[in-house]
Ligand binder design. Structure first.
Ligand code: G1P
Length: 297
């Protein structure tokens, strides 16, 4: 019988330099879209997909993440005293069952592949998911759930995939397509951050992965790849070289690149518009602002 995917790795060791000075003292993953930190979106998606064990690969200065998922007895007591049951309910989403969450340190910034490899002992011999908190995906059915359902049929390794403009492909891992079956794409090669004009397609890897434990062995064999880092893409490509299956999955939903300022702002607006208590006011404000700027042109 196939093992269910119940473990997920969240690589959260990055310095978040693109968001300095904010990230001087707060982890990038605590930055909020409306009122929920990026990490909360990732955790909600993982929970909805049936993940039970959450493994954070952290680094120095990420202590706020541990506090975020801890109970906050003083705050909770205060809210209870004031009868603020709705806020208490909101806080509940941030609590993790004891033992469900683990923090592992990546001691050197050697790349995404190395970060995943740091969690090898906790993964042991099970398939696992990787969720990148920078990629926030708004969708009716959570992206990882879509992928887990598809993966139950395909097996092998699976990466979320999305078409990107040709001139942007060199910012991603890019798939070399063997057979395009619509949502599921069977893959014959993968390149991390291809030089401009050399990408095998414009189907890019987005930060959701379902991987077999073999990937961890592959990672321990790898030398540094693109950007001088140990790349997860290269460990997955090794599976193809050894004749095992890798699939891309064209998820349905809208992906926001919250690793960039423009993407982060777009996500803030989109999630704000989607909130019943904020949407109307924000829409009117944006409308007004845009017509004023059009009139000024
Ligand atoms: C990482 C992966 C890359 C993938 C991207 C998706 O790159 O290495 O293959 O396409 O995430 O967001 P990063 O954005 O961390 O440089």
């Amino acid at each position: 019988m196939k093992r269910k995917v119940t473990k997920a790795i969240f690589p959260v060791a990055g310095l978040g330099t693109r968001f300095l000075p904010a990230t001087k003292s707060i982890p990038k993953e605590i930055m909020t879209l409306v009122d929920r930190p990026l990490i909360q979106y990732a955790i909600d998606e993982a929970r909805a997909a049936g993940i039970k064990e959450f493994i954070f690969v952290t680094s120095r200065g990420k202590g706020a993440l541990e506090d975020y998922f801890d109970n906050a007895p003083v705050l909770e007591q205060e809210l209870r005293k004031k009868g603020k049951t709705d806020l208490l309910r909101t806080l509940k989403d941030t609590n993790m069952e004891s033992g469900a969450i683990a923090y592992i340190r990546q001691h050197k910034a050697l790349g995404l592949g190395h970060a995943v490899w740091c969690a090898r002992r906790l993964i042991a011999n099970e398939p696992f998911a990787v969720i990148m908190t920078d990629d926030v995906i708004a969708s009716e059915k959570p992206c990882l759930m879509q992928m887990i359902e598809a993966h139950e049929e395909t097996g092998g390794c699976m990466v979320a995939a999305m078409e990107v403009p040709k001139d942007k492909a060199s910012a991603y891992g890019v798939l070399d397509i063997k057979e395009d079956k619509g949502a599921i794409v069977s893959v014959k090669g993968m390149v991390e951050k291809p030089d401009e004009g050399t990408a095998p397609s414009n189907l890019a890897v987005i930060g959701r992965y379902i991987l077999t434990p073999k990937i961890l062995q592959n990672l321990s064999k790898l030398k540094s790849g693109a950007g001088g880092e140990i790349q997860l893409t290269d460990a997955i490509a090794l599976e193809l070289e050894e004749g095992r299956d890798v699939f891309g999955y064209r998820f349905s939903g809208q992906r926001f690149d919250c690793g960039s300022k423009a993407g982060f702002l777009q996500a803030t607006v989109a999630f704000g518009l989607g909130r019943p208590e904020l949407g109307e006011e924000l829409r009117a404000y944006l409308h007004n602002m845009l017509s004023l700027s059009e009139a000024a042109e």
